[in-house]
Design a protein around this ligand. Structure first.
Ligand code: ZN
Length: 202
C-alpha cells in the first residue's frame, strides 16, 4: 500500500516541522497543526508574525551569551540587577529555570555546553574566555557555578574554577537539592532556590 497524504504539501510540511519540536511526536504535531489551522486568526497568524520578528531579531548576547532580541540582552542591560554576582550556566534553558526560581537578582553567563573530550568539545568551544574577560574587568565579587551535577558539568566547573584562580573573586557552586546526574531544567523552583541559597565555596 502506498502512503497517502491527508492534506496538501503545505500542511504536511507544517506537521513535519512541528513534529521536530521537543515533546511533540507526529501524533501531537498533527493535533497542533490542526489546532493552529482551525484558530487561524487567533493563533496561526499571530504565531507566524511572532516567528517572523524572532527570525529577524534574535541572536546571542555579546556579554553573557544568552538568546535575546537585543544586544546586550535584557538581563545584561537591566541596571537593577546586581552586576557583582554572575551565575554560570551550561545552557539558556538553565538560565530560564533559575530565573523561574527567582532566588537571586543577578547577572548570568551561558557557557553553551560542557567540556566533553569524547565529543571533541574543548575549552575553546565554550564561552569560557568571555567569562574570564568579564571577571578580569573587575566589579565581580562572586561567580556561582550552576552547572548540572553530571561528570561533564563538574569537570567543566573545575576547569572554570582554575581559570578564575588568579582573580579576586569568590567561586561557589550549587549545593543541596541538585540530585547527582540531575539536570537543572527539570528541577522545581523550590529545589532550585534551595540549591542556590545553600551554595558552597568551590
Ligand atoms: Zn546578556
Amino acid at each position: 500500500m502506498t502512503s497517502r497524504s491527508i492534506a496538501g504539501p503545505e500542511i504536511e510540511r507544517l506537521i513535519q516541522l512541528l513534529a521536530k519540536l521537543p515533546g511533540l511526536g507526529p501524533r501531537s504535531a498533527r493535533r497542533a497543526a490542526l489546532h493552529l489551522i482551525k484558530k487561524k486568526d487567533q493563533l496561526l497568524v499571530p504565531l507566524a508574525e511572532a516567528m517572523g520578528v524572532a527570525v529577524a531579531n534574535v541572536g546571542l548576547c555579546s556579554v553573557c551569551g544568552t538568546v535575546d532580541t537585543k544586544d546586550p540582552c535584557t538581563i545584561c542591560s537591566d541596571p537593577r540587577r546586581d552586576a557583582s554576582t554572575i551565575v554560570v550556566v551550561e545552557d539558556v534553558a538553565d538560565l530560564w529555570a533559575l530565573e523561574r526560581a527567582a532566588a537571586l537578582n543577578c547577572r548570568y553567563h551561558v557557557l553553551g555546553g560542557t567540556l566533553s573530550p569524547l565529543d571533541g568539545i574543548g575549552p575553546d568551544d565554550l564561552n569560557i574566555a568571555g567569562l574570564v574577560d568579564r571577571v578580569s574587568q573587575g566589579g565581580v565579587s562572586e561567580v556561582i557555578l550552576a552547572v548540572n551535577a553530571t561528570v561533564e558539568g563538574q569537570t567543566t566547573a573545575h576547569f572554570v574554577t582554575d581559570r578564575l584562580a588568579g582573580f579576586d573573586v569568590k567561586v561557589t557552586r550549587l549545593a543541596h537539592g541538585v540530585p547527582v546526574g540531575g539536570e537543572l531544567d527539570y528541577l522545581d523552583e523550590g529545589t532550585l532556590a534551595q540549591a542556590l541559597k545553600a551554595r558552597t565555596a568551590f
